[in-house]
Design a protein around this ligand. Structure first.
Ligand SMILES: Nc1ncnc2c1ncn2[C@@H]1O[C@H](COP(=O)(O)OP(=O)(O)OP(=O)(O)O)[C@@H](O)[C@H]1O
Ligand SMILES: [Mg+2]
Length: 252
């Protein structure tokens, strides 16, 4: 079986900082795969490398067996990879629905062009895009906010809106960078259900999270980073019992 994502010998340095170093791992299709580790461990840098925002200093990244280093984020979106950001990328002066529709256009540059040209034959596409965005907003539990300006939405609702936006281009794989950060217990429980629902649709989920209860509960496998390096990799059970993880990260 070919891994959906295969990372080999991946490194990224910023000046003297080894943000990611000699990292190898793979994510199988249909998994919920989590990346954990202390602040500054290199989790977001890893996402930025996988999604084409950064170019690796060294190493290889394969998507469905094909090398993708050097591809732009929108080219990766066209190949089925989308993400959310630790610092939310929501346009606050637009409605929730517009944000989700824009997500599709931003990720798939070609459709942005067709929208700008406004060809009559493409208005149907635009309508489909809108219908799809409405469906996605309901799917993430934002159905009541369709015409709400983003600035008027709660933080928890915005975090879910960002997920709808990432799903707008029909990804096969979605990377979520700290979706539970800042959420209360009820919102986190709803997020857990949402991630399970996404996975149940056959979408592979790669998750960066600090909420241990959440990641241990939903992940098929976990990668533990420490100073940019792999400290451990395995099932939640294996990670929980790994002496290196206990010593370095879970604090005994
Ligand atoms: N663009 C950049 N320029 C310089 N240094 C960077 C850059 N991006 C990340 N770093 C450094 O790389 C290291 C890893 O940072 P990164 O943001 O990947 O960590 P993280 O695991 O996502 O942390 P957190 O849990 O706080 O989000 C840190 O030392 C950080 O300062
Ligand atoms: Mg981060």
């Amino acid at each position: 079986m070919t891994a959906l994502i295969e990372v080999t010998g991946l490194s990224k340095t910023f000046g003297g900082v080894h943000a990611v170093e000699a990292l190898s791992f793979s994510v199988d299709e249909g998994q919920i795969y989590s990346v954990i580790g202390p602040n500054g461990a290199g989790k977001t840098t890893l996402f930025n490398l996988i999604t084409g925002i950064y170019t690796p200093t060294q190493g290889e990244i394969k998507l469905k067996g094909e090398g993708v280093v050097g591809l732009e984020p929108n080219q990766l979106a066209e190949r089925g990879m989308c993400r959310t950001f630790q610092q939310m990328q929501i346009c606050m002066n637009m409605t929730a629905l517009e944000n989700v529709m824009l997500g599709r256009h931003l990720q798939l540059k070609s459709s942005l062009l067709t929208t700008m040209l406004r060809l009559p034959s493409l208005l149907k596409d635009e309508e489909d895009c809108r219908d799809h965005a409405i469906e996605l907003m309901k799917f993430v539990g934002c159905g009541e906010y369709l015409e709400t300006e983003a600035s008027a939405m709660s933080y928890g609702a915005l975090k879910r809106l960002e997920i709808a936006r990432a799903l707008a281009s029909n990804p096969k794989i979605v990377l979520l960078d700290e979706p539970a950060a800042g959420l209360n217990g009820t919102e986190t429980a709803a997020l857990e259900e949402l991630i399970k629902k996404i996975a149940a649709q056959g979408i592979t989920v790669v998750l960066v999270e600090h909420d241990m209860k959440l990641v241990m509960g939903i992940s098929d496998r976990l990668l533990v980073l420490n100073y940019g390096r792999k400290l451990a990799e395995g099932t939640p059970e294996e990670i929980r019992n790994n002496p290196d993880v206990i010593a370095a990260y879970l604090g005994g």
